[in-house]
Write a protein that binds this ligand. Structure first.
Ligand code: ATP
Length: 321
């Protein structure tokens, strides 16, 4: 394979630049030309393709966001859009494509592979960690560290007023960000979709904390379990607990990637390029029990996400005292 392309798609995630760098370097090492596609599938349809340069990746690998930009594309969901994307790949003689993105981007990649015979490899890039075939996605580690650092700032001010702080975090239907950041940040209560807890029960826990002299509690709520503001309103209506909401929003997604995410990005980028060089395609790469793996894209998008119940129960025990 002489020339490959790489694009980032869906939500941006810290570590995407480190992954682009890895694809560029390992591809170059194997004698390939590496082209960047700007703005994900949208840019692919519109022909926004250019060579990746050494300078572009060297100066940016430590930064969040993505030098190739990212986008969502409704045009790509149509037959016409996908055909255009394929014709652009052919026009640029791009023989293999690396797609860095979440499960939606993988579904698109699987279609390119299955329907149009495009050589494509998917690399999991999303802060949500909601892809079941891999233990970790690029960006998740940075996101939970971002959240954990904010927890301590919010705890300082809540403690000064003897208040409860509720922090809403991202994750869509996945509670991993709330769980991992909550354990790392010593949360007193974690509300996640995977372990639904009625809000009257959650309120009772906060009331009991107050009665035993624990005047400040930190609650982490995953967006898939409800909104922080709604939860606070519920607690105020049903108790005398003083409670304030914070929605962290895009703070979680920005900033320099952690060492873990950079290393993961490097390893996954390398495996993706090696697969293409070996004439293999239609795979998603990932990490399982610390091993770099590849599974068929179609299987990867079907695997249900798993939740670490043991870790959740551990936090419940530690929050008791
Ligand atoms: P994140 O988890 O950060 O949101 P994502 O990759 O899941 O990332 P999506 O918006 O779901 O983000 O998908 C990105 C793009 O992939 C979409 O804009 C669309 O162009 C394409 N895509 C999504 N789902 C499909 C599908 N079922 N078939 C073909 N293409 C798809």
């Amino acid at each position: 394979m002489k020339r490959i392309g790489v694009l980032t798609s869906g939500g941006d995630t810290p570590g995407m630049n480190a992954c682009i760098r890895s694809v560029f370097k390992t591809g170059t090492d194997l004698g390939m030309q590496v082209m960047g596609v700007y703005h994900g599938y949208k840019g692919l349809i519109e022909g926004r393709v250019d060579y990746i340069t050494h300078d572009m990746v060297e100066n940016k690998m430590h930064k969040g966001g993505t030098v190739l930009r990212t986008a969502r594309s409704s045009a790509f969901l149509t037959e016409e859009g996908m055909q255009k994307a394929v014709s652009v790949l052919n026009a640029y003689d791009i023989e293999g494509l690396v797609v860095i993105g979440g499960d939606g981007s993988f579904r698109g990649a699987a279609q390119l592979s299955e329907k149009y015979g495009v050589n494509v490899i998917g690399i999991p890039g999303t802060i949500d960690n909601d892809m079941g075939y891999t233990d970790f996605t690029i960006g998740f580690d940075t996101a939970i560290n971002n959240v954990m650092n904010e927890i301590y700032k919010i705890r300082d001010t809540m403690r000064a007023h003897d208040r409860v702080g509720v922090i809403e975090v991202m994750g869509r239907l996945c509670g991993d960000i709330a769980l991992w950041a909550g354990v790392g940040g010593a949360a007193d209560l974690i509300l996640v979709p995977e372990r639904p807890m009625p809000w009257d029960e959650a309120t009772n826990i906060l009331v009991a904390n107050k009665l035993r002299g624990k005047l400040t509690s930190i609650v982490l709520i995953a967006e898939g379990a409800g909104s922080a503001e709604d939860f606070c309103e519920y607690v105020r209506a049903h108790s005398d607990v003083e409670i304030k909401a914070t929605v962290l929003g895009y703070i979680q997604r920005g900033g320099n990637p952690s060492a873990f995410d950079r290393v993961l990005a490097a390893k996954l980028g390398q495996r993706a390029v090696e697969l293409l060089a070996d004439g293999q395609s239609g795979f998603a790469v990932g990490i399982k029990h610390n091993d770099i793996i590849n599974v068929p894209l179609l299987d990867a998008v079907k695997v249900n996400d798993t939740f670490d119940d043991k870790l959740y129960d551990l936090n419940t025990i530690m929050a008791k005292f």
